[in-house]
Design a binder for this molecule. Structure first.
Ligand code: ASP
Ligand code: MG
Length: 406
């Protein structure tokens, strides 16, 4: 007997038929004798619809009321799934965030889970009852409903698995696992049987949209065994595990990309102490997240270009911040460029292999692809390229690192 958390995303519960299909999957685990808690998202498209309703009524909204509205999608799916399970003869009960309770801080719209008290849910496991919990929501320290940020039900599921000390947290979704690259682009991409938390965390934050980044951080911290698998097929998925659980490491495990960033260049900015501190200090004060940064030394010691990337949606705000710095930080021009893509390679094996960056740059050069910005960490190398090269770059790197499936 095992204790399982099963999480189903929006597409998996996108219609009544699909909710019934989910009930069958849950029934199978219950019939096998397992203790099961389920976490569900809202039906696909529903949260977007609710967000739009909020902005239609008030463009500058009160975040507490935003949470009341957008959390309601999950209330529908927990009720429907509980009914579908009961219809199959399974004892099931729905739980909203405040009922569990899932206690969070009071940062509405982007709350963080502080504690989950699941004593009552565990007690009911003894009576073979399935807990059907609403993802994405909690109860804030201000005693009001909170939401965890878009995609937050992954984090709900992992947090519940940690609190329940579950044997595994299965994330059912519309893909059947983690691939070496986006299979829509790299047709030779292969499904990974296993991947480490560290690699998954990099992939999630570098563009792979399968899991919310925060959920991977939490799984890593609490050593929750995660599996990503399809809710439409009966196949094993990808296990996200500890490093020691993987016998042989590829140098590079995956190639990923994101078009969510834009490049901003300050041309001919003064080359003296304090300039970078002023620019990035002002951006930070305005809550604009900066990702990649490059600056070169100037030939004459006077002026040089300073380039960085921010989220595409934050470019306007970044430009406004820079405009206000005029007089303090002078430059010839501020040039935004949204037509860029960040392509990254990720792999634990990089730590012990030399020449990974060289292989990457050489492969791109051979295709005539110019690299605009580079950033690295212990287990990843990212490059910023013109957006038109997205597909070519992903495929080229996939081949260069020997990831093409036979
Ligand atoms: N329904 C929420 C959203 O669309 C939470 C989730 O699906 O993870 O963001
Ligand atoms: Mg999701």
């Amino acid at each position: 007997m095992a204790r399982l958390v099963m999480k189903f995303g929006g597409t998996s519960v996108g219609s009544v038929e699909r909710i019934k299909n989910v009930a069958q999957k849950v029934k199978r685990e219950v019939d096998a004798g397992h203790e099961v808690a389920v976490v569900v998202s809202a039906m696909s498209g529903e949260t977007n619809r609710l967000v739009d309703l909020v902005s239609d009524v008030a463009s500058l909204h009160d975040a507490r009321e935003y949470d009341v509205v957008v959390s309601s999608g999950e209330q529908v799916t927990v009720g429907l799934l509980s009914l579908a399970l009961q219809d199959l003869g399974i004892s099931a009960r729905s739980w909203l965030g405040w009922q569990v309770p899932v206690k969070t801080n009071a940062v509405h719209g982007a709350a963080r889970i502080e504690r989950i008290d699941c004593a009552e849910i565990i007690k009911r496991f003894d009576d073979k009852q399935v807990a059907v919990c609403a993802g994405f929501q909690g109860i804030g320290s201000d005693n009001r409903i909170t939401t965890l940020g878009r995609g937050g039900s992954d984090t709900s599921a992992v947090a519940l698995a940690a609190a329940l000390e579950a044997d595994r947290c299965d994330i059912y979704t519309d893909v059947d696992g983690i691939y070496t690259a986006d299979p829509r682009i790299a047709t030779k991409a292969a499904k990974l049987d296993k991947i480490t938390y560290e690699e998954m965390l990099e992939l999630a934050s570098l563009g792979a949209k399968v899991l919310q980044t925060r959920s991977v951080e939490m799984a890593m911290k609490h050593r929750v065994k995660l599996q990503v698998l399809s809710s439409f097929e009966d196949l094993p998925g990808t296990l996200v595990v500890d490093e020691e659980d993987i016998v042989e490491h590829q140098v590079v495990s995956g190639v990923t990309y994101t078009r969510d960033e834009a490049k901003v260049t300050l041309q001919q900015v003064a080359d003296r102490p304090g300039v970078a501190a002023n620019v990035f200090g002002a951006l930070a004060d305005a809550n604009v997240n900066v990702d990649m940064i490059v600056q070169n030394v100037s030939e004459d010691g006077k002026a040089t270009d300073l380039t960085f990337t921010v989220g595409r949606k934050e470019v306007t705000q970044a430009l406004a911040v820079l405009e206000k710095l005029k007089g303090k930080v002078d430059c010839k021009a501020v040039v935004p460029d949204p037509n860029v893509v960040k392509v990254s390679i990720v792999g634990m094996g990089m730590r012990s292999h030399a020449g990974v960056a060289k292989t990457m740059f050489a492969a791109l050069a051979e295709k005539g692809i110019n690299i605009q910005v580079i950033s690295t960490s212990e287990i990843k190398v990212s490059v910023l390229l013109a957006e038109e090269y997205t597909e070519l770059a992903v495929r080229t790197l996939h081949t260069a690192f020997g990831l093409d499936a036979a």
